[in-house]
Design a protein around this ligand. Sequence first.
Ligand code: PLP
Length: 465
Amino acid sequence: MSSLPSPVSDALFTRALRLIPGGVNSPVRAFRSVGGAPFFTKSAQGATLTTADGRELIDFVCTWGPAIHGHNHPRIKAAIAAALEHGTSFGTPNPYEVEMAELITRFVPSIQKVRMCNSGTEATMSAIRLARGFTRRDKIIKFAGCYHGHSDSLLIKAGSGALTHGHPDSAGVPAAFARETIVLPYNDRAALTAAFAANPGEIACAIIEPYCGNVGFIMPDPGYLQYLREITAQHGALLIYDEVMTGFRLHKAGVQGLQAEVVGQVADLADFSEPAQRAGLQPNSDPKSKILITSDLPDLTCLGKIIGGGLPVGAFGGRADIMDMLAPLGPVYQAGTLSGNPLAMAAGIAALRLLDEENPYARLDALGRCVRDAVIAAAKTKGLPVQVPQCGSMFSIFFTPTPVRDYATALTGDAKLYAKFFHTCLDNGVYLAPSAYEAAFISTAHAGTAIDRACEVMSGAIREL
Ligand SMILES: *Cc1c(COP(=O)(O)O)cnc(C)c1O
């Protein structure tokens, strides 16, 4: 545990513990799985958090994903300030919502229509209701270790804080609801085949984090996502990609953008991204393959995190014929007092425009590789088995000799060793997620001294294990 005194944070935490369950408004912020008490942050700028005690930390949590441009980016700040001049919420349609919808549908080709909401949880919950309403079926498939927010049907074998704190199956979810959720191992084709065979005509949809980021970071085996697309289509079930975390993080069109580049759907193959190449994907210039990819796309996609530029947001969208089942056009009800909020839209629009202008994905991947290589090299010298799955600006460190490809293998990671590593990093000014089962995030603001220093600190922390 940390040896550095933090009197201001500790005093705040004591007050918080009296009034807020566990002292935190989201369990992932608690330090219970790594030991010690969380620090409070008083400000954040670029790659750096400043704690209430005045310590500066290089931040690899990036507010759990949204801060791809680093904290408090001047362009996003200016956009919020400009929107604020006109009011905070109108309860009528506002111009920002239209621009946001235009940006999302332009960047993510599978999204023909989109509905904004206030969190990723709302996005996945609503997408599932929509899939059930559209197919008139009740059962859904989810994958062990994937986290899709905290709605009832989805808190079963869930990742993220639910797993970190020992409750992947939440109390309070009625057994009758849980029975409608079929949980399968990620990356297991035979399990998919069997589930569809055992529930003919009953499965409304499969929801997946196409690259899983909530049980640590896990990549799909080659061809796995294509198989998932094929089998869902065959059985008349919808495929929902939960890209709340990966959307705009790995590519402007998320994981589906990486997939599309592979088969040459993206016009400019010169732009074939480094993350896609390194994920073992090959660009394909065969024009016939374009037909193939069209059927590779998900029916619905959930977004959040980055598209809010650091303000609360979520969105779900996809095929127009499905989206038009939503109220007020159709019978599937979904609503939100603050949905499409002008401040959140202004922040998100600024964040997306920056991504469009800068196209930082190759740069971010170089930073990710830098960390991965440093950690692997240090572990090798030390003779310590480690897995560092990484794609673009997402990575995880699992202390295990077992390649991590699903929930079960993620759990082979040594959580006690991670806790030690976490605290040594923190004591030396590098903040990683306080859990062995979370992905780390890099921002464009990490380039330069922050990434160099972080690599040094992480290597040093491994030597000390
Ligand atoms: C964060 C996350 C959610 C939930 O989003 P909230 O805004 O926290 O409700 C859902 N799905 C995935 C993949 C996430 O990473």
